[in-house]
Design a binder for this molecule. Structure first.
Ligand code: AMP
Length: 230
């Protein structure tokens, strides 16, 4: 499916990307949201903005994120509820990095029901743990547009410079080697149980994420475009 084509219908529901850090959730969620012209809601990005602006939430979240642990549900849930209440979410949205605990998933189910949405469509990014370290430590993102690169697998044309807008490419502090292990651990312990949680509802679709970005994207677009009316 060509990206330039506009979708025939609207998304009209929540799509959730579930998968370990480094599985490509951000890259894929961003493209899907752009295609359907709905918001891309990355709780990681939202929290990083709070940290950068040193809001009360940001100040609480900063040390937790630096340790590679999950920010408590009490802080994340309010932030998400406020965000999806905005009018731009009326025709659906794409979550990236949320929910990350069973408690968050249950809360989201209530929120969606209250707002008249059907149950979410969940894309499970399946990838061997062995490739994640290289993906995460090699990740760089543009300071201006947020475009994501990987110095090993998808390098920019010019070292440290974004191909799109010339912005500086930076490494997230939690992509340093010593923080990656606790993040993967948090995924296994707190987030992986969501795979069973959503599979039970028949709403979860496994996607092999250990392929070229374009191939993964094609499969996701086909899955999502086939879901309408279901
Ligand atoms: P991400 O950009 O999704 O990898 O998230 C970066 C960090 O933000 C995580 O390691 C957590 O500390 C925090 N975070 C993001 N989303 C959530 C969430 N849904 N629940 C708890 N913490 C989160």
């Amino acid at each position: 499916m060509a990206l330039e084509e506009r979708p025939v219908g609207k998304l009209d529901r929540a799509v959730i990307f579930l998968g370990p850090p480094g599985s490509g959730k951000g890259t894929q969620a961003k493209e899907l949201a752009r295609y359907y012209a709905v918001p891309h809601l990355s709780t990681g990005d939202m929290l990083r903005e709070h940290v950068a602006s040193a809001t009360p939430l940001g100040c609480k979240a900063k040390p937790i994120m630096e340790r590679g642990e999950l920010v408590p549900d009490s802080l994340v849930l309010k932030m998400v509820a406020e965000r999806i209440d905005r009018p731009d979410c009326f025709h659906g949205f794409v979550f990236d990095g949320f929910p990350r605990t069973v408690a968050q998933a249950k809360y989201l189910a209530e929120l969606l029901k209250r707002q008249g949405f059907r149950q979410p469509f969940v894309i499970h990014m399946v990838i061997p743990t062995s490739v994640l370290m290289k993906r995460l430590t090699g990740r760089r993102s543009c300071k201006i547009g947020g475009e994501i690169y990987n110095i090993y697998e998808r390098p920019p044309k010019l070292d440290g410079v974004c191909d799109n807008d010339g912005g500086e490419l930076i490494q997230r502090p939690d992509d340093r080697e010593e923080v990656v292990a606790p993040r993967l651990n948090a995924y296994e312990k707190q987030t992986a149980p969501l795979v069973q949680f959503y599979r039970r509802f028949g709403a979860l679709h496994d996607v092999n994420a250990n392929r070229k970005v374009e191939d993964v994207q094609r499969e996701i677009f086909e899955l999502v475009s086939g879901m309408r009316g279901r």
